[in-house]
Design a binder for this molecule. Structure first.
Ligand code: AMP
Ligand code: MG
Length: 482
């Protein structure tokens, strides 16, 4: 049994355009996230039925597919209408936690929001999103997830003819800051309120009856966003395209176009081939998160009766952003250094760490594993660790702080093991998987998928140090998944 409903289609017609998926000519299942399917109560035993429904070839009666409309600030410039140009919402399914999840088919054909695009998705960007989103989820970072990839049987033309694919994206909703901006900019305040109430009902149902529900809604969205971006930073993740249409009010990561995990640390690192000014560089992400929340505040202001006093309250909320962000980030980073207490390391401590990584050209992920190694040697009383290597000198300072705060090395090691992955979806590996996928070979996809799905467990034959790219394997730039 596969149960799909569509509560979004009950909203007024200004929220979407009804359209059926059209890209699945001869769909074939490439990869399936069985764990997610089971969480969503989706029966996958009948592969033909599953393929037909989730590739969009056949539409279930209650599904009512549609393309959602939204606006957005892209690289700082406002675009009054964007919308799903290459994705279609086929409806919602209920998870084991009793919450609704949107099912979006990305690459399923043109919609009225496609502008000059073809509404298609080549296999490469589908594989990138499938792998990286699952890795992000496995690192316990909130994210949209990928249920499956299908090939469509069509060719999609980019620089060359490429196999077409559909990525089934699952999200706790696809409501974006840009969805609010769409109605706000049009001065359609009636629908702005309907959107806010729908969002509250779906994401913050305990607020429904509160008089101050829109204020709390705002501050909850801000908290979710800052928690999200803090997590990205702590794992060396660069989203790459933090436009307000890619900012979900659920606080999940969305849009895996030009994203990347850093190998060697560089605080101003940019991967996206279209981010010429470095707006979405690694270090700028917390500021952009703040900027996006400022856009959100502007968009929801018309919800309040007294906009002047509401603006003051929202401003006050935003004036605490920096402090709240720093607290969150400090506590996320502290975990990576083995401490559940978040005040024992100060910002200078973290700064000296990242400066060390940058000046020595060290791998971000593996350097934490190196610290674990040093900690283990220290714990075992090995006196031969008085090395001149800068990372050992740093580690001495760090271990002193742990000891001074009565954190045993055993407990530090345990905390570190839970917060420092052995594996991330490294760019050069993702590229290899994509290159093979374009040739119709998905063995490497399955192999890498298994590894990144369980990133805190060391796998035989996959030494983390060997995962680092060699000089000729380094990837310097990523492309939007169009
Ligand atoms: P993104 O860069 O993925 O955030 O997309 C920005 C906008 O461009 C959204 O409205 C997308 O739906 C639209 N878009 C991106 N790629 C395509 C495509 N191949 N066909 C139609 N619309 C697209
Ligand atoms: Mg997008």
């Amino acid at each position: 049994m596969i149960d799909i409903n569509n509560t979004y289609s009950d909203l007024p017609s200004e929220f979407y355009h009804r359209v059926k998926p059209s890209a699945s000519i001869n769909p074939e299942l490439i990869s399936l996230n069985t764990e997610l399917a089971s969480f969503l109560n989706i029966d996958t035993k009948d592969k033909k039925l599953f393929t037909d429904i989730f590739s969009g070839k056949s539409i279930k009666r209650d599904s009512k597919p549609l393309a959602m409309v939204y606006a957005g600030h892209q690289f700082g410039n406002f675009v009054p209408r964007l919308g799903d140009g290459r994705a279609i919402l086929i409806g919602e399914v209920k998870g084991k936690n009793n919450l609704l999840y949107d099912v979006h088919l990305k690459g399923s054909g043109k919609t009225m929001y496609s502008r000059n695009g073809d509404g298609r998705c080549p296999i490469g960007p589908a594989i990138r999103e499938y792998l990286v989103s699952e890795a992000v989820n496995s690192l316990k970072i909130p994210t949209t997830r990928s249920l499956a990839i299908f090939s469509t049987g069509e060719k999609v033309y980019r620089e060359s003819n490429l196999p077409g694919a559909i990525l089934v994206r699952v999200a706790s909703s696809h409501i974006r800051v840009g969805t609010f901006e769409y109605f706000s900019y049009k001065k359609d305040f009636k629908n702005l309120k309907i959107l806010a109430d729908y969002s509250i009902k779906r994401h913050f149902p305990n607020l429904i009856r509160r008089k101050d529900k829109y204020f709390i809604f705002f501050s909850e969205v801000v908290i979710r966003q800052l928690k999200l971006v803090s997590k990205w930073l702590s794992f060396g993740f660069i989203h790459g395209v933090m436009n307000t249409d890619n900012t979900l009010i659920s606080g999940e990561t969305i849009d895996y176009g030009p994203c990347a995990f850093m190998d060697h640390f560089k605080k101003n690192k940019v991967f996206s081939s279209i981010d010429y000014g470095g707006r979405y560089s690694f270090n700028n992400q917390s500021f952009i998160c703040f900027w996006n929340m400022l856009c959100f505040a502007n968009a929801i202001l018309p919800l309040f009766d007294n906009t002047k006093s509401a603006a003051k309250i929202l401003e006050l909320e935003l004036s605490n952003f920096k402090k709240k962000f720093t607290d969150q980030w400090t506590s996320d980073m502290s975990l990576k250094f083995g401490s559940k207490k978040n005040k024992i390391f100060d910002e200078d401590f973290f700064k000296s760490w990242t400066e060390l990584l940058e000046s020595e050209n060290l791998d971000y992920t593996n350097s934490f594993l190196k610290l674990e190694e040093i900690l283990l040697l220290n714990k075992n009383g090995n006196k031969n660790i008085k090395q001149t290597n800068k990372i050992y000198i740093f580690a001495e300072k760090w271990i002193k702080i742990l000891k001074a705060n009565s954190i045993s090395l055993d407990s530090a090691l345990k905390t570190m093991r839970e917060n420092n992955p052995y594996y991330i979806p490294r760019n050069h590996i993702v590229e290899k998987v994509i290159n093979e996928g374009v040739e119709g070979n998905f063995n490497k996809l399955e192999e890498v998928y298994k590894i990144i799905k369980d990133p805190f467990k060391k796998k035989k034959g996959f030494r983390p140090s060997e995962q680092e790219p060699k000089e000729d394997e380094k990837v310097f730039s990523t492309f939007c998944g169009t």
